[in-house]
Design a protein around this ligand. Structure first.
Ligand SMILES: NC(=O)c1ccc[n+]([C@@H]2O[C@H](COP(=O)([O-])OP(=O)(O)OC[C@H]3O[C@@H](n4cnc5c(N)ncnc54)[C@H](O)[C@@H]3O)[C@@H](O)[C@H]2O)c1
Length: 381
C-alpha cells in the first residue's frame, strides 16, 4: 500500500469525522493507498497538540501556510469555516498537493470558479465532502433511479431542519458559532444545509433550471463574540425555494434552524411515474420505496433495511454481517475509500471541485432570488 500523507486543517466536528475516516478506510476496504496522519494544523499549538495526540497525527503546525508548503505532505484536508476554504485551496494547488475540501466549496460562485480553475490547472486530485451521497440508502436510491425504476420524475422534495439557534441570547461568531457570522459562513442555512440537499438533488435528479426563493432572518441582531458588540445578523435563518429541474420535474426545498424539535432532519422524496422513494437522515439505513407495478393487494410503501450483502446494497459487504447497520461516520469512510480507489484507477471520485461549483451556482441563484423576490435562472458551469 502506498502511503498518502495527510495534512489536516481544523480539529472541530469535521476534523474528527475525517480523521476517523482516514483511520478506518483501510480496515474495511481493500485499497492501494493508505492515508498517514502526518500533521494537524490549528492556530493554537496546545489545541493542535491535544488533537494530534488523540487521533495519532505525527506532528503539528499552527500556520496553514507552512503546512501546505511542507514537502512531506501529499494531501491537504480543509476542515475550517467557509471563508478560509478558497485561500487555502489556492495555496495548496500552487504547491501541487491533493485537496479534500469541506462543503460548501466556497463563499460564492465566482470564488468557487477560481478554485476549480486552480485545481484543474495544477492537475491535482480534488474532492468536496458532500458525504450524504455515500449513505448506502442514498447510493441505493441513485441506483434505483439509474435503473429507470421511477420512470419520468415529477417531483423532488427535500428538507433540512434544525432548531439550535432559536434563542435570541445565542451570540454570533468565533469558536463553534461561526455559522451565525456571515463573514465566516457566507450565508446561513442556504450554504450550510441546503448545499447538502442541492448536491444530492443534482446527483439524483440532474440540473436545476431556475429557482424562486424566500429567506428570513428571525433574530436580527446578536452579540458578536469577536467584537463584544451587538451586531446585525447577516445570515439567513431559514430558506425555502421552488425550482424547475431540466428534466421537467418540480422541486420544493426547505431548510431552517427554527424547527423546534428537529436536530438534523434531512429528508428527501422523489415521485416518479412508476415509483417513489424517500429517505430520512434520522433513520439513515432505511430507504422507503413504493412501486406501482406491485400486485394491488400487496401494494404499499416498503421499508428497505439497507444492510444486505452480495453487491445489492452499496458498501454494506465491506462492513459487518447482513442485517447490521452502520452510522453517520461511515459516510466519510466511504468517501475516503472511493477517493483512494479513484486515485488508483485514475477515475476521480465525485463530487470534485467542478461538480461542487454547480451547487455553488444554485446557492447563488437562491440568494439572488430571495433578495430580488423573483425567479432566477441557474447558471451552469
Ligand atoms: N460534510 C458535512 O456534513 C459537514 C458537517 C459539518 C461541517 N461541515 C463543513 O466543515 C467545515 C468546518 O465545520 P466544522 O463543523 O468542523 O466547524 P468547527 O467549528 O467544529 O471546526 C472548525 C475548525 O476550524 C479551526 N480554524 C478556524 N480558523 C482557522 C485557521 N485560520 N487556521 C486553522 N484552523 C482554523 C477551528 O479552530 C476549528 O478547529 C465548514 O466548511 C462546514 O460547512 C460539513
Amino acid at each position: 500500500m502506498k502511503p498518502i500523507n495527510i495534512g489536516m486543517i481544523g480539529y472541530g466536528f469535521m476534523g474528527r469525522a475525517h480523521s476517523n475516516a482516514y483511520l478506518q478506510a483501510n480496515h474495511f476496504f481493500d485499497l492501494q493507498y493508505r492515508p498517514v496522519l502526518k500533521a494537524a494544523c490549528a492556530r493554537s499549538a496546545d489545541k493542535a497538540k491535544e488533537f494530534a495526540d488523540k487521533w495519532g497525527y505525527e506532528s503539528i503546525e499552527t500556520d496553514w501556510r507552512k503546512l501546505v508548503a511542507r514537502k512531506d505532505i501529499d494531501l491537504i484536508d480543509i476542515c475550517v469555516p467557509n471563508n478560509l476554504h478558497s485561500e487555502i485551496a489556492l495555496a495548496t494547488a500552487q504547491n501541487g498537493k491533493m485537496i479534500l475540501c469541506e462543503k460548501p466549496l466556497a463563499m460564492n460562485g465566482p470564488e468557487a470558479l477560481k478554485m476549480v480553475e486552480a485545481v484543474e490547472k495544477a492537475k491535482v486530485p480534488n474532492m468536496v465532502w458532500y458525504n450524504y451521497r455515500r449513505v448506502p440508502a442514498v447510493t441505493l436510491a441513485k441506483r434505483l433511479i439509474e435503473e429507470g425504476r421511477l420512470g419520468k420524475v415529477f417531483h423532488y422534495r427535500a428538507n433540512f431542519l434544525q432548531d439550535w439557534t432559536i434563542s435570541a441570547d445565542l451570540p454570533q461568531g468565533g469558536t463553534g458559532l461561526w455559522r451565525l457570522d456571515v463573514a465566516a459562513a457566507g450565508s446561513g442555512v442556504t450554504g450550510d444545509l441546503l448545499a447538502h440537499c442541492i448536491d444530492t438533488a443534482l446527483w439524483l435528479n440532474g440540473p436545476l433550471s431556475d429557482v424562486n426563493a424566500m429567506t428570513e432572518t428571525f433574530i436580527k441582531e446578536r452579540k458578536h463574540n469577536l467584537t463584544g458588540k451587538v451586531e446585525k445578523v447577516g445570515i439567513d435563518d431559514a430558506c425555502a425555494f421552488l425550482c424547475h429541474f431540466t428534466n421537467g420535474s418540480l422541486g420544493l426545498f426547505e431548510s431552517t434552524r427554527y424547527a423546534r424539535g428537529h436536530k438534523a432532519l434531512y429528508t428527501f422524496e422523489v415521485n416518479g411515474e412508476k415509483a417513489s422513494i424517500k429517505w430520512d437522515l434520522h433513520d439513515l439505513h432505511r430507504l422507503e420505496y413504493f412501486d406501482h407495478k406491485d400486485e394491488g393487494k400487496l401494494r404499499g410503501w416498503r421499508s428497505i433495511h439497507v444492510t444486505d450483502h452480495g453487491g445489492d446494497h452499496p458498501y454494506m459487504d465491506k462492513w459487518w454481517v447482513p442485517g447490521l447497520q452502520i452510522g453517520y461516520e461511515a459516510t466519510f469512510v466511504h468517501q475516503v475509500a472511493d477517493f483512494l480507489d479513484g486515485l488508483a484507477k485514475n477515475k476521480p471520485a465525485q463530487p470534485d471541485f467542478r461538480s461542487a461549483y454547480q451547487t455553488q451556482l444554485v446557492l447563488d441563484a437562491i440568494l439572488d432570488s430571495a433578495k430580488g423576490r423573483k425567479w432566477v435562472d441557474v447558471k451552469h458551469g
